[in-house]
Each structure stands twice: as C-alpha cells, then as structure tokens.
Unconditional design. Structure first.
Length: 122
C-alpha cells in the first residue's frame, strides 16, 4: 500500500469513533455527511432516499453471558441496540442458545425466536 493510500484509508477504530460521533449528532449535522442525500433531495428524487442504508448497531451475546436470555434481551432493547449475534457453540459458547433443546423439539425454536421478536417491538 502506498503512503498516499495509507493516509486516505480509515482504520476500524477511527471509523467507529467517527461514526459514533455522527450517530450522536443532531439530524441536521448527520444530514451533512458527504454522499448522504439531503431531505430536500430525497423529496425531489425518491430514488435518492432509497440509497440510504441503515446499519443496525448490535452486540455479540457473550458480553451478557451472566444474564438469562430474557434479561439480556431487555438490556439490549433498553440500550437501543438493534441487533444481537447469538453464539451457538465453539469460541463464543452457547450461553443463550440451547442448541440441543432447540433441535429436539420443533416448537421450541419458534418460542425462542418469539422472545427476540417481542423485544424487537420495544
């Protein structure tokens, strides 16, 4: 990588710091992000509004391994997080996903998924 491209590239930490500031900024400031269509452009050109992509902010569930599934989901929705990655074994473990139980009974996966759906509406 050339020296010039190194200066232009943005590292993960810098990106997260910059995007965190933008997420906390007022809508007026966030609307001035380069490349993002303005509200006026969106009204005048509906296709420009479709170009906006919302990236859900989430967490990986081992952070909350000390909580039950219900308590974890309540905490996540209280914090305003929009996504959660559930570990199903291996390195992250399966703290909130009883894989064997879910595979043994066809009704259990539906009930387990409903917990997430109910908290998503909050």
């Amino acid at each position: 990588m050339s020296r010039k491209s190194e200066k232009r590239s943005m590292g993960r930490r810098r990106f997260l710091a910059a995007s965190g500031v933008l997420a906390a900024a007022s809508p007026a400031v966030a609307a001035n992000v380069p490349g993002a269509p303005s509200p006026e452009t969106s009204r005048a050109n509906p296709k420009a509004a479709q170009l906006r992509v919302k990236i859900p902010i989430g967490v990986c569930d081992p952070v909350y391994k000390h909580l039950s599934v219900d308590a974890m989901l309540e905490r996540i929705s209280t914090l305003g997080l929009e996504a959660v990655e559930i570990g199903t074994g291996g390195y992250p473990g399966s703290w909130h996903c009883p894989v064997d139980q879910l595979l043994a009974d066809p009704a259990k996966p539906r009930a387990w998924k409903n917990k997430f759906d109910e908290n998503a509406a909050v």
